[in-house]
Design a binder for this molecule. Structure first.
Ligand code: HEM
Length: 420
């Protein structure tokens, strides 16, 4: 049987789709193309060919790690200038991925995460206190305050560092450097292929932000190494003391630094996005996955669904904004129905129908961390407050930075009067 051609939207020579894609909302743009082209289409951008897939059946097929592996896409590759071969940005065959993965898995296991409970609660209480003090009339920018929460939590739990974002007007220089680093990494993926001097000034600023990130992490590491009696049970201790079960190796200082920065990057926007969409976490993650696309690639030329020819090395972009709404799996797919995620229903979902944390060995290592943090925060908030929209006619709009979050979303938090 001969392969069925994969539809390909028309494009401009050389520039590919760059001009047709809204750089601030590329996932939404590709989602729109998917609406016209159906389950699969191919898009070529300068230097790469991307196959976008939108149904559960196709995503399920590419989750077979024997045939397809994670291939860091353009966005992830840009992040390498700050994160190098840290867990999130590494390719599967880089040795530091395996070492860090095996050293860190226990730290992200049930006991490791339970040990972080008190510090998570500490930051959650700071958020509740802030909202209580601001009173019932204050317009609260929920995504911003959740970002303060998740950033402070991951910094405290990973390396014992307090950003104190709820107390200071001026955020710690690390935070600013990280935000700017992420923004510019995103912009870099949309650059037109112009000579490099055009971007020289911006590149210099970018490099200075990367330097702040690694210098801060280096200082934290040095301080901890100089204090061997410190018995904090955090990710930094796990990385300094842990040994790879396979090779007996320890993580190098460079790899520890890359992963400290990785945790801050990977651990804050995502979880804050989930909290901003929630209320009921699994269903919120289905409808609005903070990371709406993950990329894999076949080890060999292969046929997808027995008919679509995919070449070795091509990117397959799993478009969760579509696959999570597949009517073949979810009845009334765009409706928010948390009951479909109750344990007894969740366990009956078809394999790979819910992928907000990615796939297989390269799935999110921080998933239990994020879920404990989010459940704890929601418990603290609902014990103490009733919530209303600050703008009663608000309609959800998504904003894409590196992750997806609600745009311009304000709430009011009203203390429950039965507090004793
Ligand atoms: C990987 C989502 C929270 C650390 C991933 C991937 C996804 C994801 C989709 C796979 C990316 C890919 O295939 O390229 C999320 C969501 C979160 C969340 C939706 C919150 C709701 C966290 C937290 C941390 C974290 C709190 C750190 C404490 C990581 C790391 C990886 C990763 C290190 C790379 C793992 C590897 O490849 O070995 N995450 N994440 N994430 N995440 Fe998360």
């Amino acid at each position: 049987e001969s392969p069925v051609p994969i539809p390909e939207p028309p494009q401009l020579p050389f520039l590919g789709y760059v001009t047709g894609i809204d750089p601030d909302n590329s996932v939404i743009s590709f989602g729109r193309i998917a609406e016209n082209y159906g389950e699969i289409f191919r898009a070529r951008v300068p230097g790469a060919s991307l196959v976008w897939i939108s149904t559960h059946a196709l995503v399920d097929e590419v989750c077979d790690e024997k045939r397809f592996q994670k291939k860091p896409n353009d966005v992830i590759t840009q992040l390498r200038s700050g994160l190098h071969d840290g867990l999130f940005t590494a390719t599967n065959d880089e040795p530091n991925w395996g070492i860090a993965h095996r050293v860190l898995m226990p730290a992200f296991g049930p006991k490791g995460i339970r040990d972080m409970f008190d510090e998570m609660k500490d930051i959650g209480s700071q958020l509740a206190l802030k909202w209580a003090r601001h009173g019932p009339h204050a317009r609260i920018n929920a995504p911003e305050d959740f970002t303060r929460l998740t950033l402070d939590t991951i910094a405290l739990c990973s390396m014992g560092f307090r950003f104190n974002s709820f107390y200071s007007e001026n955020l710690h220089p690390f935070v600013n450097a990280m935000v700017e680093f992420l923004l510019e990494s995103g912009r870099r993926t949309q650059r037109l292929p112009l000579p490099s001097f055009v971007y020289r000034a911006r590149d210099k600023i970018y490099e200075s932000h990367v330097a702040v990130l690694s210098e801060t992490a280096q200082t934290v590491l040095n301080e901890r190494l100089a204090d061997p009696d410190n018995d904090r049970k955090d990710l930094l201790t796990a990385m300094i003391k842990g040994r790879d079960s396979l090779t007996g190796q320890k993580m190098s200082d460079a790899s520890i630094i890359d992963n400290l920065i990785t945790f801050l990057v990977a651990g804050h926007e995502t979880t804050s996005g989930m909290l901003s969409y929630a209320m009921v976490l699994r269903e919120a993650l289905r409808l609005d996955s903070p990371i709406p696309v993950f990329s894999v690639s076949p080890a060999e030329d292969t046929l997808l669904a027995g008919k679509y020819k995919i070449h070795k090395g091509e990117f397959i972009q799993c478009l969760l904004t579509k696959a999570h709404l597949d009517p073949a799996v979810f009845e009334d797919p765009t409706a928010f129905k948390p009951e479909r995620m109750l344990d007894e229903n969740f366990s009956k979902l078809p394999k790979n129908a819910w992928k907000p944390f990615g796939n297989g060995a390269r799935a999110c290592i921080g998933r239990p961390f994020a879920m404990q943090e989010a459940i704890l925060t929601m418990a603290i908030l609902f014990q103490n407050f009733n919530f209303v929209l600050a703008d009663s006619d608000y309609e959800l709009r998504n904003k894409q930075t590196l992750t997806i979050k609600p745009d311009n979303f304000f709430i009011r938090a009203i203390l429950r009067d039965n507090l004793d």
